[in-house]
Design a protein around this ligand. Structure first.
Ligand SMILES: [Zn+2]
Length: 77
C-alpha cells in the first residue's frame, strides 16, 4: 500500500493500492482505499493546501508530476 502525500505541505492525501513497480502516473479510483486531505474541484483533485495533485479522468486521476510524493510499498500482480 502506498500513502500519497502532497509535495508542497507533506499532508497525507490518500492510500493507494499500487500494482506493479512502475511510476505512479495515474491512480485508479477503485484502488484508492482511503481519502484524507484531498478534494475534487472542477475536475482536478487538490490537496487541502490548494496544490493541484491530479486531473479527474473519470475512472482514474492522472497525476501531476512533482506535485506529490509517496511512501510505502507497491505490490506485484
Ligand atoms: Zn498540500
Amino acid at each position: 500500500m502506498l500513502t500519497i502525500q502532497c509535495a508542497a505541505c507533506k499532508k497525507k492525501l490518500w492510500k493507494y493500492d499500487k500494482i506493479g513497480h512502475g511510476h505512479v502516473v495515474r491512480c485508479h479510483k477503485d484502488r484508492i482505499q482511503r481519502m484524507y486531505n484531498a478534494e475534487v474541484i472542477s475536475h482536478k483533485i487538490h490537496c487541502s493546501c490548494g496544490k493541484e495533485i491530479g486531473i479527474d479522468k473519470g475512472c482514474h486521476y492522472r497525476m501531476i508530476a512533482n506535485a506529490f510524493t509517496h511512501t510505502g510499498t507497491k505490490r506485484n500482480k
